[in-house]
Design a protein around this ligand. Structure first.
Ligand code: CUA
Length: 141
């Protein structure tokens, strides 16, 4: 009887691990953590080609730079993110983007914007009295 229990437990466990790995490879674009590069301390948007952009975002109390990012529909955007002070959040709810802005680190995530619209970027990590006003937007048209 005990052997059977162990077998069933093992089977369920392998199923969990398998579904975790499968889900991760298929659905989830996890943020990368890059080594801190002193060359990137200023916010900027770089156009690589017609449909590829790089956004170098800087979070600080209580704003994001750049605060408005204009890109054409169908673009793929690499977001690089760092902070000048405390830990901030970087959330684009409609795109399932959830990053942390950490001083001394750069996080990166890639997003494709297929539909026009205004995508709100909000800070979702409490960072002081101005936290609730800390937002920016991606304008896709
Ligand atoms: Cu920045 Cu909350």
């Amino acid at each position: 009887f005990e052997k059977r229990i162990i077998l069933i437990t093992g089977a369920i466990l392998s199923l969990f691990i398998f579904s975790m790995l499968y889900g991760r490879s298929k659905y989830n674009d996890l943020p990368e953590c890059l080594p801190f590069d002193k060359t990137y301390t200023e916010a900027k948007v770089t156009k690589l080609d017609e449909n590829t952009y790089q956004v170098f975002a800087v979070a600080q109390m209580w704003q994001f730079q750049p605060s408005q990012i204009y890109i054409p529909v169908g673009s793929e955007v690499d977001f690089f993110l760092t902070s000048k002070d405390v830990v901030h959040g970087f959330n684009i709810a409609e795109k399932n983007i959830n990053m942390m802005a950490v001083y001394g680190n750069i996080n990166k995530q890639t997003v494709k914007f297929d539909k026009p619209g205004v995508y709100k970027i909000t800070c979702h990590e409490y960072c002081g009295v101005g936290h609730q006003n800390m937002q920016a937007e991606v304008i896709v048209n």
